[in-house]
Design a protein around this ligand. Structure first.
Ligand code: AHG
Ligand code: MN
Ligand code: MN
Length: 343
């Protein structure tokens, strides 16, 4: 059987890559590999449903609202159940938290518990499901800080800086899983013919500065003056220093954090979901959206800020708390912070 196509990038599967990465981490016990394999399995199942949602009668709304007060899409609920079922029996976790569950998600009594905490947004970008625009899954992994069979909410309310790993899956033109254990960031593309994720983006580094900004400008009348001045600055051509004029930034906004962040990570630039008069803490959730993306961005050489401080330093006080987010190329995030200071 010709395996060339299946062994792209020397055929390094996600499992083998995690094993190799773990060898470099003192005290790593191989628990990670099992947990990542279960997350990858969930991603494959969600991926297959996303690709045929229109046929499987799971487009649209369930008619319920989640703890965020948002309409729950059938695919949100499906993805949430798949993720929980895929990891709950593995013995790696002591507790979970999900965007779709108001409180912590306990490990059922019949299963062993372990030393890790998993928090996730099972389906990010739900408003894009029915119009076939990229959506994703975001996950964050901490080591527990309490003792006893079950973890507690305290195990979930840890600063983003103490994550041991984070990642996302983007269900786009191809299905890509991106993860980091803190030192480097790697992407794996699902080969549907084989059902395996193969290394496709080794050691992703975000450019120091980009030429794309990504923000929902529909909210601009609610923005503080400094924020408007920042956006105008990026829209203004600057001299190149040789007598010619540069070009302004381009604007790109998908409306799925995973898609807007994935483009920012690979091409550089900046994504922002600012605080404004309508959402004084912004819209994105700290524990399972901003913090995992910030962990990945910093590991790739970028930056992630609330506008006034590092996302990874925010001490969480509740599972679903929101936080303003400015994330991407270090120089672009620093510029945003500068303009926001100049109220
Ligand atoms: P979710 O679908 O998990 O609720 O997340 C949606 C988020 C995020 O994906 C995206 O960046 C943001 O909502 C878009 O919000 P607006 O539609 O207000 O721009
Ligand atoms: Mn989301
Ligand atoms: Mn979601």
């Amino acid at each position: 059987m010709y395996v060339g196509s299946a062994l792209s990038t020397q055929g390094i599967t996600l499992e083998r890559h995690i094993l190799e990465q773990q060898l470099a981490i003192p005290g790593a016990t191989g628990d990670f590999t099992g947990l990542f394999q279960q997350i990858a399995l969930a991603a494959k199942v969600i991926n297959s449903r996303v690709r045929s949602a229109g046929l499987a009668g799971i487009l649209g709304l369930t008619g319920e609202k989640n703890v965020q007060g948002e309409e729950v899409q059938k695919l949100d609920e499906f993805a949430n159940n798949v993720l929980i079922r895929s990891v709950e029996a593995g013995g790696h976790l002591c507790v979970m938290a999900s965007e779709e569950n108001e409180g912590i998600v306990r490990i059922p009594e019949q299963f062993p518990t372990g030393k890790y905490v998993l928090m996730f947004d099972p389906l990010d970008g739900s408003s894009n499901i029915d119009v076939d625009i990229n959506i994703g899954t975001i996950f964050s992994i901490h080591r527990r800080i309490t003792v006893g069979r079950h973890g507690t909410e305290a195990d979930c309310l840890q600063r983003g800086a103490s994550q041991v790993a984070a990642g996302y899956v983007i269900y786009g033109s191809s299905t890509v899983l991106v993860y980091s254990m803190g030192e480097s960031v790697h992407g794996f593309t699902l080969d549907p013919a084989v059902g395996e994720f193969f290394l496709s983006h080794e050691n992703i580094r975000i450019p120091k500065k980009g030429k794309i900004y990504s923000v929902n400008e529909g909210n601009s009348l609610l923005w503080p003056a400094g924020l408007r001045r920042w956006i105008t600055d990026m829209q203004t051509p600057k001299p190149n220093g040789d007598g010619t004029m540069g070009t302004p930034y381009s604007a790109r906004y998908v409306g799925s954090l995973v898609a807007d962040f994935h483009r920012t990570l690979l091409k550089g630039g900046v994504f922002a979901y600012p605080a404004d008069k309508k959402s004084p803490q912004g819209k994105l959730r700290l524990l399972y959206e901003a913090a995992p993306m910030a962990f990945l961005c910093e590991a790739a050489g970028g930056a992630a800020s609330t506008g006034t401080g590092r996302i990874l330093d925010v001490a969480p006080t509740s599972l679903h708390q929101r936080v303003p987010l400015y994330i991407g190329s270090a120089e672009d995030v620093a510029a945003a912070e500068r303009f926001l200071r100049e109220e």
